[in-house]
Structures are given as structure tokens and as C-alpha cells.
Design a protein around this ligand. Sequence first.
Ligand code: COA
Length: 257
Amino acid sequence: MSDLITELHGGILTLTLSRPDKKNALTNAMYGALADGLERAEAEAAIRVVVFQADGEIFSAGNDLGEFAQQSTGNGPAVRHVERFLKNLARASKPVMAAVQGKAVGVGTTMLLHCDYVLLAEDAELIAPFINLALVPEAGSSLLMPLRIGHVRAFEMFALGEPVVARDAHAWGLANRIVARDELRAETRRIAELLADKPAGALALAKGLLRNTDQVLEQMERESGIFSAQLRSAEAKEAFQAFAEKRKPDFSKLSAG
Ligand code: COA
């Protein structure tokens, strides 16, 4: 079975991360399927709303760290789909929702900044451990996160990489509501149906006015250059190796620059 399940019912396109044995860590193939789903949503008038959700215990462990390790040594895939996914997400004209249970790590958190309606289960935790991995914030989050929650919280979230629990995420404006875990999908569906019934033209125009897409895409470009260079750094290699060896990374002998 595919690690990304795409379903369309009643004008709602649901993209379900389904790689629970690896905590829904996102592979290049999964980014490709997510990017395709967003392209389909733009192309088909019958699609009114897009929903991201995930099977299993947690929403997503973020980018697959094995694939990061391969990319850090120049052995990544010839075509990387992550940028297509993120650009499609930033440009999405239809409402995008997310239903998050458990941990949402890395891109699992930063993708939420592009969603228009985010529901968190009570056990949700948002984690942005880019600096712990010797990487930098991506997906436009270096712009969107401080805009949303302020510099001091954004800096702490990125620099310390500690979990932000659902209550704080909601209070800081990272999510619309918190629901019981067993009601997450039904409540998401209820809101998606409300959105699907609205006049699609007005909704898309309003979304366009609310989001500064050009500025976000420009910041993504800046982030992408720095991120790719940092991916190949000695400190990032140490971080990926430490994850593979299930140990704490040792950055003490590595200096900046
Ligand atoms: N990439 C690849 N594999 C991952 C992964 C990732 N990002 N996150 C988890 N996995 C794999 C583990 O290697 C493990 O595989 P194994 O069973 O073959 O050993 C499996 O998923 C279960 O992970 P485990 O760490 O045992 O689960 P946990 O419940 O104890 O912890 C997390 C879950 C998400 C907290 C932890 O896995 C984690 O911190 N992952 C890395 C998150 C990260 O840094 N992502 C990158 C962000 S940019």
C-alpha cells in the first residue's frame, strides 16, 4: 500500500500520511504524491477543500532522516519533490486544512503554517528541531512563524527544538481548535463540509487577500539555498549519523563556518 492515501468525497480531497511504522516520516515519494494531490486540487473544480491527516500514533516525524543523510553525501534522488510540494502548498488557492494528533515534527509543523484551518488533538505537540539537526527553518517558516507567534517564541521553538503542546499552540495562534483525539476526524470533516458549501470563488479570493504568497515564495527560495548548503555540512552529517546510531550528537568539535 502507498504511504500516502488520496481520497475524494463530497468535494473534499483528503491526503492521509500512512507510514505509521516510521512515524509518517516523509519520503521523496510521499512529497511527490502530496504535490500531485495539490495540483489535482487546483485543476479539478469539483474539489473545494484539501485536508491533510495521518494514520497512526503521530501526525509526522518530519522529513525522512535516512533520505537527508543520503542527500548530505550527494546521493539523493535525481528529482526532489519537496520543493514542488511546498510551492504548491504556498500557492494553493482552495482552503487547506490539517488534523494533527501526537507529534508533528519539522515539516510536519511548518506545513501547518500554510493551512487555513488546523485542528489539534489534545495530545498534539508541534516540534521544529531544525537547529538540533544543524539545519535551518524551511517551508517559509522563518517568515511565517515569527509573524504568527512573535520572534521570541519562534526563536525558542527553532533554537531549542522543544515540543509546543496543543494548549500553547492554540493560544499562540498556530491552530484553530483543540478536540478530543477520537473526535479529530469527524470534527475535521464537519468543518471541511462547511467550507465546501461556501461560494468557492469568494473563498479563494479571500484566501488570496489574506496570504502574501509572493513574499512567502521568495523567503522559501532564500531558505532553500541555505538549507541545501547546511545539509552537506559536517555538523548536519554528525546529526544524521547520531540519529541512525540512536545516540546524542556531539557538535563540540565542530565550529561555525
Ligand atoms: N526519518 C526516518 N525514520 C524515522 C524518523 C525520521 N524522521 N522518525 C522516526 N523514524 C523511524 C525510527 O528510525 C524507527 O525506525 P525503526 O523501528 O526501524 O528503528 C521508527 O520510525 C520509530 O521511531 P522511534 O524513534 O522508535 O519512535 P518514538 O515514538 O520513540 O519517537 C519521534 C518518535 C518522532 C519523537 C522520534 O522518532 C524522532 O525524534 N524522530 C526524528 C524526528 C526528526 O528529527 N525529524 C526531522 C525533522 S526536520
